[in-house]
Design a protein around this ligand. Structure first.
Ligand SMILES: Cc1ncc(COP(=O)(O)O)c(C=O)c1O
Length: 443
């Protein structure tokens, strides 16, 4: 006999704003690697990873050992921006493993705990350093839910909920999107070059090198290079938001590395701590570090436990087995993407590294994407949706997933999509959950 999950306290006490628990109705109790366990005994393969936070899987053993040793030794947990051993080790490791090998000469600003704090700091410092107010953002962009970040986020419903206006932000279509391709750079070039275009020279352009929430659209190498070249020529700062696309999600540590460009400012968070602990940083070109002491602060900007886990996570980047696993898993997704393209009429698949978007926009739309997602869940796979109308299945397994578990998850996904020659599972009608009213494209 199945015992109904006890969710009374969530339903009576927790705000209506909750979202994921409606899509994935279970009460989770334990997790390890790519697997999540519910208290009723169900086990799920996790192709969602806390919205791109758990790149090294749940409770990564190497990282966890460091954390428990640090706690057992009474290491500081909270430290504002005090000098601490944990922070020194993290900064040193970040310099040695990430920045120096890539020739990146950034200063590191620790922000409040979450991604949106890094974006707020990036926008603020760009405005301060240039003395200009305008920022260019891209349609489909997602940069966070606090006011400044929301102002550069495209989603209308999210913006309306935040009461955010258009002041000082101009949106331009991204290179690709549901409405097709657009020559964003040509358009920007024309607007910036024409002294009577009505567009003031902005402080910055903020861009996700891979738009995740907008529908998993990767910027092409030439597009990102042209954007870098254009911004440089007009003295406009280029902010790359790597909060979801960074920390190895697309193969290299930063997604912008595919294009060989160097942004002026970079935001990182989500998977940076490697263990799901809040940590967010803004990387600044050295001469852009124009802050006066204490001009931008935050009580939780010194999350020592996250420094410890982030340091351990960066150690993985020096291990050949980690690098090899990343390449193997990325190659497997690449083959899977090619196969889905070939065998699923009307389905578009966009994939870079361990990020894959299966776009059902022209093959059943959001309703089918919802049905596929629900069938996956019923069969033990957690996969989230993204895109303007939630029409894209967002497949982001842990970078450390073992080949057998990856294969099992892909098999569930394929069954839900409908194996070729089979009646597509996604085409059979099933009632949508009325509770799952979501703000499309926002997480
Ligand atoms: C690209 C990007 N920027 C910013 C954010 C905001 O991060 P947080 O939710 O931690 O504030 C997100 C979150 O999904 C994101 O994907």
């Amino acid at each position: 006999m199945t015992v109904a999950a006890d969710i009374a306290v969530f339903e009576t006490l927790e705000s209506e704003v909750r979202l994921y628990c409606r899509t994935f109705p279970a009460v989770f109790s334990r997790a390890r690697g790519a697997e999540l366990h519910a208290e009723d005994g169900r086990v799920f393969i996790d192709f969602f990873c806390g919205a791109g936070t758990l790149n090294y899987g749940h409770n990564n053993e190497h990282i966890g050992r460091r954390l428990t040793a640090y706690l057992a030794d009474s290491g500081l947990a909270h430290g504002l921006d005090l000098h601490t051993v944990a922070k020194r080790e993290f900064l040193t490791r970040l310099r040695d493993v990430v920045l120096a090998p890539r020739g990146l000469d950034y200063k590191v600003q620790f922000c409040g705990p979450t991604g949106t704090d890094a974006v707020e700091a990036a926008l603020k410092v760009a405005r301060k350093a240039t003395g200009r107010r305008g920022v260019i953002a891209f349609c489909g962009a997602y940069h966070g839910m606090s006011r400044g970040s929301l102002a550069v986020t495209g989603n209308r419903r999210a913006r309306a909920a935040g009461g955010v206006g258009m002041a000082d932000v101009m949106f331009v279509p991204y290179e690709d999107g549901p409405a097709g391709r657009f020559d964003s750079i040509g358009y920007l070039e024309r607007m910036l070059a024409d002294p009577s275009s009505g567009m003031d020279v902005p402080a910055a352009v903020i861009v996700e090198p891979l738009q995740m929430e907008g529908g998993l659209y990767p910027a092409s190498v030439p597009w990102l290079r042209r954007l870098r070249e254009l911004t440089e020529r007009h003295g406009v700062l280029l902010i790359c938001d790597e909060i979801q696309s960074g920390c190895g999600r697309t193969g290299p540590f930063f997604c912008f590395e595919h294009a060989g460009v160097v942004p002026d400012i970079v935001t990182l968070s989500k998977a940076l701590s490697g263990y799901g602990l809040p940590l967010s940083v803004t990387l600044l070109r050295r001469d852009l570090d124009v802050w006066a002491p204490g001009e931008h602060t935050g009580t939780f900007r010194g999350n020592q436990l996250a420094f410890v886990t982030a340091t351990a996570a960066l150690e993985l980047w020096e291990r050949a087995d980690f690098q090899a696993g990343l390449v193997t898993a990325g190659a497997r997704l690449h083959r899977f993407a090619a196969w889905v393209r070939e065998t699923q009429p009307g389905v578009t698949v966009r994939q870079r590294g361990l990020a894959m978007g299966i776009d059902l926009g022209a093959a059943g739309g959001p309703a089918r994407a919802g049905r596929v997602q629900r069938q996956c869940f019923e069969n033990g796979l957690i996969v989230e949706r993204c895109g303007r109308e939630d029409e894209v299945l967002k497949v982001i397994p842990p970078l450390t997933i073992d080949p057998v578990t990856l294969e099992r998850g892909l098999a569930v996904l394929l069954d839900a999509l409908g194996r070729p020659g089979q009646a597509a599972a996604g085409v059979t009608a099933r009632a949508a959950s009325p509770a799952a009213v979501r703000v499309a494209g926002t997480r």
